[in-house]
Design a binder for this molecule. Structure first.
Ligand code: HEM
Length: 88
C-alpha cells in the first residue's frame, strides 16, 4: 500500500509510543516501526526505547552502521517538522 507522505510534529510523534502503534524519528525522518518490531534483531523492547521520539542519538549509540532508511523504506511516514504555537 503506498502510504501518503506527510510532515509529523514532535507532539504528534509522541502520541505513537505503544507497541501496537509505534513511530520513531531518525535524522529528520519519521518511521512507523510497528510492523518492524518483531523483526528487530535487538528485540522489540529495545526498539521501543526509541518510540514516540527523535531516536537519532539512541540509534547512533547502539548501531550507527545499520541502514535503517532502506530497512524502513516502506514505513516512512514523513519528515519531522516543528510544533506550531497554536498546537496544529
Ligand atoms: C541490533 C537496540 C533501533 C536495526 C540491535 C541491538 C540492540 C539494538 C541492543 C543489538 C542486539 C544484539 O546484538 O544482541 C536498538 C535501539 C533502537 C534501535 C535501542 C532505538 C532507536 C533500530 C532501528 C533499526 C534497527 C530503527 C532499523 C530499522 C537493527 C539491526 C540490528 C540491531 C539490523 C543488528 C545489527 C548488527 O548485528 O550489526 N539494536 N535498536 N535498530 N538493530 Fe537496533
Amino acid at each position: 500500500v503506498g502510504g501518503r507522505i506527510k510532515p509529523v510534529s514532535p507532539s504528534e510523534l509522541a502520541l505513537h509510543n505503544s507497541i501496537n502503534d509505534a513511530w520513531l524519528a531518525i535524522r529528520g525522518r519519521v518511521y512507523n516501526i510497528t510492523h518492524y518490531l518483531p523483526y528487530h534483531p535487538g528485540g522489540p523492547e529495545e526498539l521501543m526505547r526509541g518510540a514516540g521520539m527523535d531516536a537519532t542519538e539512541l540509534f547512533d549509540k547502539v548501531h550507527p552502521w545499520v541502514n535503517y532508511d532502506s530497512l524502513l523504506a516502506k514505513c516512512l511516514v514523513g519528515p519531522l517538522s516543528f510544533d506550531r504555537p497554536d498546537g496544529d
